[in-house]
Write a protein of this length. Structure first.
Length: 357
């Protein structure tokens, strides 16, 4: 009996030694981490606002403006644990991704500032972006609209810095307040527009090629919509000197001439900068420079339009609060048949005052 039991034990032990061992249980998968150098700007905004506890900022206050940008911070959020799935997908992270111990993910929503022009860098212009000391790559064409996400040490001071044309401006993301490096002349940019309603046009009498008769001779030219703004930086001119600013006039004139056969002939009219004179509130002259303002094509291909627009610039005191613009036509007129001569018979000059607020 005991011999049979021993034999059975030997057989069972032999079978156990030759069989496959049961697999060990797999270790639990670690949640994907967020790299310590993670820094991205995605073109979709609103991800920071989706985070629990995100802070909403007043976009009219929490804003920065430079030569090539005008953006407001609308929300700021932080996360130290797993990033919510929808947010992770929006900023290019795996589901369940979490910052490493001692770190956190900082998200900032940026939007274009309402009421400001849609500025974008030109060729060769680059914007530098930094959040909490972490550089953030700016994808072409340099549009910062979207959400910035950066991996930072826990408790890092959340400061947004944007560098443009060699000058850096900062914004404290806790308070929404700009730093002492902000360019004051941008907050706000002082602007104004002229009221040209009721202006009497300058009367002209033409002669020469393309002028057929008495009716055909009469033309009029009038200062039209004119806007002004004071800028600390202008593309092509650079930064204004301390205490100075660039006065930029967006000006226009309207022209009309009735042909003997009816309708308006497509004359080409050119007004050099000398046709426009400007002065400050005390009457001191303001020297305007720029390209001629042209209605039509000076190469000889007339435009059917009746209003010409152009830009004139002056270096002025940054404290300038009013400018008077005078327009006295002194340029040239070319009919479809050639250059015409003219004389002024009524209202040789026009003037408008623009208050900069």
């Amino acid at each position: 009996m005991s011999g049979l039991v021993c034999a059975l034990l030997i057989v069972l032990l032999a079978a156990g030694c030759g069989g496959e061992p049961e697999p060990a249980p797999a270790p639990p998968r670690a949640a994907p981490g967020v790299d310590a150098d993670f820094a991205v700007l995605v073109p979709t905004s609103g991800h920071a606002a989706e985070l629990p506890g995100a802070r909403t900022l007043d976009p009219a206050v929490a804003r920065l403006r430079g030569p090539h940008f005008a953006y407001s911070v609308t929300a700021v959020g932080r996360v130290a644990g797993p990033v919510p799935a929808a947010v992770a997908a929006g900023i290019g992270l795996d589901a369940g991704a979490a910052p490493a111990a001692g770190g956190e993910l900082l998200l900032v929503d940026l939007a274009r500032t309402e009421g400001e022009p849609a500025l974008l860098p030109g060729q060769g212009d680059e914007l530098g972006l930094e959040v909490a000391g972490r550089p953030v790559p700016v994808p072409p064409p340099g549009d910062l609209t979207g959400t910035i996400a950066v991996s930072v040490p826990a408790g890092a001071r959340p400061v947004l810095r944007i560098t443009d044309a060699g000058r850096t401006q900062s914004l404290d993301l806790r308070t929404g307040r700009r730093g002492p490096d902000a360019v004051r002349a941008y907050y706000p940019v002082r602007r104004g527009a002229a009221d040209t309603d009721g202006q009497q046009p300058t009367g002209l009498r033409l002669s020469g090629p393309g002028v057929a008769g008495q009716t055909d001779r009469v033309a009029s030219i009038q200062l039209d919509e004119t806007r002004a703004e004071l800028l600390p930086h202008r593309v092509g001119s650079g930064w204004a000197k301390p205490g100075r600013a660039w006065l930029v006039l967006d000006t226009s004139f309207a022209y009309g001439r009735r042909a003997a056969a009816g309708g308006s002939p497509p004359d080409t009219v050119t007004a050099p900068p000398s046709c426009f004179r400007a002065s400050g509130p005390d009457g001191s002259p303001v020297r305007l420079t720029g390209a001629p303002v042209v209605l039509g094509d000076p190469a000889g291909a007339p435009s059917p339009g009746a209003v010409a627009r152009g830009e004139l610039v002056a270096d002025v005191p940054a404290s300038l609060h009013q400018v008077t613009v005078r327009f006295g036509f002194c340029g040239s007129i070319r009919t479809p048949d050639g250059a015409a001569s003219y004389s002024v018979y009524a209202n040789p000059s026009q003037a408008v005052a623009i208050t900069l607020r």
